[in-house]
Design a protein around this ligand. Structure first.
Ligand SMILES: Cc1cc2nc3c(=O)[nH]c(=O)nc-3n(C[C@H](O)[C@H](O)[C@H](O)COP(=O)(O)O)c2cc1C
Length: 224
């Protein structure tokens, strides 16, 4: 489908597809991006032939793209990660993870990134599909901390700290997507009931900068 009706860009995360898959996409005119969380992962992606690397720091909201989810990725600053990846491979980098202000974005461009990617700062935007429960929690001043946990899905992901994480984090196995499917009905029911303590409240470290306005306004400000 993606080769018979090509799209401009395809991005992969959680692991690198085969070089043959990447070559087929590229020969259809598609730019191929790969999320990486370390220099080792960047080498694997470069060897497989991707065009772009999304260099994701552990400050990022939601799932880590790590290729080894049995280990929680170290919390390296984005600047360090960009330097390590740039030293390892000559592939253009998109910086991601915890970028929430124009200063953050400008710094990553100075540090060698060709572009910056944001997720968390868009979660309260007019276009966001986050649940009302998720949005209310993001705006709740009583929430003071994000943590990385496998409790909800079996793969490390960053979100606002909840009672569910406090109860299950220490015993959560590495088991994505099985754990995701196991907890999904519970999380959906909790979101519908407004019970934020059982919902995956995905958020990166910059969640306080999420604002209720059009996404275009948020992005224009970050790029200024
Ligand atoms: C709610 C949410 C869902 C996400 N879903 C995906 C996804 O499906 N695929 C993907 O490659 N990255 C996904 N991301 C990660 C972003 O692409 C990016 O790495 C991250 O948001 C950057 O960090 P930030 O959230 O601190 O801005 C998601 C992020 C958030 C917050």
């Amino acid at each position: 489908m993606l080769t018979s009706a090509p799209v401009p860009l395809v991005s992969f995360t959680f692991g690198v597809p085969s070089p043959a898959v990447i070559a087929r996409l590229r020969s259809a005119g598609t730019v191929v991006a790969q999320t990486v969380t370390s220099a080792d992962e960047a080498r694997l992606a470069a060897d497989a032939g991707v065009d772009l690397l999304v260099v994701q720091a552990s400050a990022a909201g939601a799932h880590s793209g790590t290729f080894t989810p049995q280990h929680v990725p170290p919390s390296a600053p984005i600047a360090d990660l960009l330097a390590q990846v740039a030293a390892a491979v000559p592939v253009p980098m998109i910086a991601a993870g915890g970028l929430a202000t124009p200063e953050d974005v400008a710094a990553t461009l100075r540090q060698g990134a060709s572009a910056a990617m944001v997720g968390t700062v868009l979660l309260l935007s007019d276009e966001s599909g986050a649940s009302a429960t998720h949005k209310a929690a993001l705006a709740d001043p009583a929430r003071t901390q994000t943590v990385v946990t496998r409790a909800y899905t079996g793969r490390p992901a960053r979100g606002l700290r909840t009672a569910f994480i406090d109860r299950y984090d220490a015993m959560a196995p590495s088991g994505y997507p099985a754990v995701h499917h196991l907890t999904s009905p519970l999380r959906s029911a909790a979101a519908a009931a407004g019970d934020a303590e059982r919902v995956h409240l995905w958020a990166g470290t910059g969640w306080r900068y999420a604002s209720e306005e059009p996404a275009a306004a948020i992005l224009s400000r970050l790029a200024a």
